[in-house]
Design a protein around this ligand. Structure first.
Ligand code: BGC
Length: 249
């Protein structure tokens, strides 16, 4: 079935039509920059623009960059604080006139990777880390999603969240090399390993494409591999989630 998947990030909102059975992307990705205010109403308008761009009618799956419980935003992540306790499912359904399923963005990326990508068939404890504006995490036990892991929120030194120091946005903001950033990211992964001891860590998000440039700074014994899926995992996983609204809601 053809489903519209939307991946909402702190800097861009991206959509594409996806075959929800095979996980194949059927169109080019359409991207609109996230409104600078990162507030609910302007972002809901962009969701509607993405739907209109594809002239789409049907279920929509949406990856959202905060913890999401039963369609409700439960933390602000890197968005405006007005998002906390907003029923995102209702807001986007009203804005588009279509049924919308909401899933955390890293959970969506992990869902795609575990169902259609490199994680397919992997047993045990697998964690997907998405590297972008923040550090997202999706946790899977024998392929089943355990929603809303927030490993990027581990406090570190003077930072309330380690992602403020080790996400891709910190690399950009401080204009540091892959060596310096890779060492920071490795510190983050060491905490992840210490706290939850996964069998495998899969990296997603734009920066995972440049893995060759920082893999030498990753010193964990636990295997760490990039996801592939050309940074489309968030869109594909969001579309797939729309096929399981009962599980997500
Ligand atoms: C949020 C997560 C999200 C991640 C990546 C973090 O700031 O707390 O929920 O998955 O950013 O967007």
């Amino acid at each position: 079935m053809t489903v519209l998947g939307i991946d909402i990030g702190g800097s861009g909102m991206k959509g594409a039509l996806v075959n929800s059975i095979t996980g194949e992307m059927l169109t080019e990705r359409f991207r609109i920059p996230t409104p600078l205010s990162r507030k609910p109403k302007p972002m809901a308008k962009v969701v509607k623009q993405i739907v209109d761009h594809f002239d789409y009618k049907g279920p929509v799956g949406c990856g959202f960059p905060t913890t999401v419980r039963h369609g409700i935003c439960k933390s602000r992540g890197n968005l405006h604080k007005k998002w906390v306790n907003v029923n995102v499912k209702e807001l986007f359904s009203e804005a588009t006139g279509l049924p919308v399923t909401i899933i955390n963005d890293a959970d969506a990326a992990g869902f795609a990777t575990m169902n259609y990508g490199i994680g397919k068939g992997r047993k045990g404890f697998v964690v997907m880390i998405t590297i972008g504006t923040g550090l997202g995490s999706g946790a899977f036990w024998n392929g089943e999603l355990i929603p809303n892991f927030e490993l990027g929120h581990i406090p570190y030194k003077e930072y309330t969240k380690i992602e403020d120091w080790a996400a891709a946005s910190a690399k950009e903001r401080e204009n540091i090399s892959y060596e310096e950033w890779g060492k920071r990211f490795n510190t983050f992964l060491e905490y992840v390993d210490l706290i939850i001891a996964p069998d495998l860590i899969i990296l997603g998000g734009g920066t995972s494409k440049d893995f060759d440039q920082y893999k030498e700074y990753i010193t964990l014994e636990t295997p760490v591999i990039p996801a592939g899926l050309q940074n489309h995992a968030g869109i594909i996983g969001a579309a797939a989630a729309a096929m399981h609204p009962a599980t997500m809601d």
